[in-house]
Design a protein. Sequence first.
Length: 344
Amino acid sequence: SDTLTILGLESSCDDTGAAVVRAGPGGAPEILSSVVRGQTTLHSAFGGVVPEIAARAHAERLDLCVEEALRRAGLGLSDMDAIAVTAGPGLIGGVLSGVMCAKGLAAATGKPLVGVNHLAGHALTPRLTDGLDFPYLILLASGGHCQFLAVRGVDDFTRLGGTIDDAPGEAFDKTAKLLALPQPGGPAVEAEAEKGDGKRFAFPRPLMDRPGCDMSFSGLKTALLRARDSLIAEQGGITVQDRADLCASFQAAVRDVLAGKARRAISAAPEGLSALAVAGGVAANRSIRAALQEVADEAALPFVAPPLSLCTDNAAMIAWAGLERFRAGQQDDMTLAARPRWPL
Ligand code: KG4
Ligand code: ZN
């Protein structure tokens, strides 16, 4: 039949995932199961993801995640039409664990193997959730990625610009650290920002004076550090209101850069865009979402933000991207390599 059922594996950063996605020739695709196991507690003592710890945890957990995903879907390996796996970019140990696990499953069952680019997984998610038609524009904004992509086809992405240094999520995390707020920093900084004045500190809007869609977020952190330290020098410390104002001003700067560059990306993108979409953990931020919604409205484009569980790292997006590749006649063989770097 023309219905495809794909098992997807994800292990490129600090989330281990397995998922089963099914799609028929017509009708909406269905996520039959999606299992994600985070590793935050394993890494929390180290102030960041430790690659060796991540790789070992993925290796230990992948099989269990696969079992769980199949069990929740009520299916067996023999019901799969192909095995999809993130083959990069990411931390090489984790990517290798996933690729080896997928190769083992493919070899044991004789099922086709489909390697997926992790960024393509994020970028194709709006087709899984909202059935978007090509071409559309997507902003990937997370702790590790930040780029505008024009998505023209399953394997046809044009990068219109991206960060030249930190990702915005990373900037939120560093800001939280500087202000003694908990990690991950995004939600904590957003909660503070809601109580603060975003106009109190005039933080820079980096690269807004330059053409193109490139962005920079590392200078913002420096500006925030200076503002914090001058408050400490003047007052001997920062008040609760100072902290809220610092967060609000920081968030306003990130929001303005993302929205301003989104406006530019729309004009640089191909004609006939079907939507402006977002993915990545930063897309959870209500103020950033609202600003992007406004940019989409101005351009008379629908604004598509998949549910958060599908915006952050997960295996359903890998199963889906694998399904799209497989349906387009693309697959890999046992020479599939794990790639730490793999630009779209
Ligand atoms: O996509 P994600 O779960 O993982 C990757 O980085 O791949 O994104 C996590 C990032 C973290 O840096 C986190 O601080 C940020 O997304 N984030 C947010 C919010 N929620 C999560 N940033 C801003 N506002 C939020 N509400
Ligand atoms: Zn990701």
